[in-house]
Design a protein around this ligand. Structure first.
Ligand SMILES: Cc1cc2nc3c(=O)[nH]c(=O)nc-3n(C[C@H](O)[C@H](O)[C@H](O)COP(=O)(O)O)c2cc1C
Length: 185
């Protein structure tokens, strides 16, 4: 089977390194994988009163795309040692019952940030939320793009060879993991 991946980044800005990392993933994916990106920008702030009246259209669309995907790829920045509020907010919205769509979903995470630790702390927080939502995350390789401002060229292409290899390996592992969980060898 061709593995259908839904990818989203926890940054809204146009020049986001995490969005660029997803662009690199599309370039580096194995032939038997399709990657569709979803922009979380239209998702409103979570409000239980609003949910009581039904999911807003952007959330409904996000939930449907998650359901339809075989696997997920999440790229997170690090804000104050954790994942950004916009990413947590999008996950919080999509996770609400009924039929929370993250359940049983294979997933891979990565992240780009300015510091030397390259989103390590944000990724561990994101991983924790994914565990609660019963997603099945790839453990290795860990793709932590440190000092992201030095890893992309002026056109936004990921130039760092080590990082390119790690992303390619992550995606190969995600394809194999997704097949394994679906019962396909
Ligand atoms: C509110 C805020 C908090 C931040 N905190 C961290 C941090 O804790 N660790 C870190 O490595 N970078 C931190 N940064 C810098 C981000 O890593 C950097 O802006 C990065 O480019 C954001 O990802 P993006 O390029 O995908 O938007 C912070 C940036 C903002 C705006």
């Amino acid at each position: 089977m061709s593995v259908k991946v839904l990818a989203f980044a926890g940054s809204l800005r146009t020049g986001s390194y995490n969005r660029l990392a997803l662009k690199a993933a599309i370039e580096l994916k194995p032939a038997d994988m399709q990657i569709e990106t979803f922009d979380i920008a239209p998702i409103p702030l979570y409000n239980e009163d609003v949910r009581g009246k039904g999911f807003p259209p952007a959330v409904e669309e996000f939930r449907n795309k998650i359901r339809q995907a075989h696997a997920l790829l999440i790229a997170t920045p690090e804000y104050n040692y954790s994942m950004p509020g916009v990413l947590k907010n999008a996950i919080d919205w999509a996770s609400r019952p009924p039929d929370q769509p993250f359940n049983d979903k294979p997933a891979a995470i990565m992240g780009a940030s300015g510091s030397l630790l390259g989103t390590a702390r944000a990724q561990y927080d994101l991983r924790r939320s994914c565990v609660f939502l019963n997603m099945h995350l790839i453990n290795k390789p860990e793709v932590m793009i440190a000092q992201a401002h030095n890893k992309f060229d002026a056109s936004g292409r990921l130039m760092d060879e080590t990082t390119r290899k790690l992303i390619a390996e992550l995606l190969v592992n995600l394809a194999a993991w997704t097949r394994r969980l679906s019962g396909e060898k």
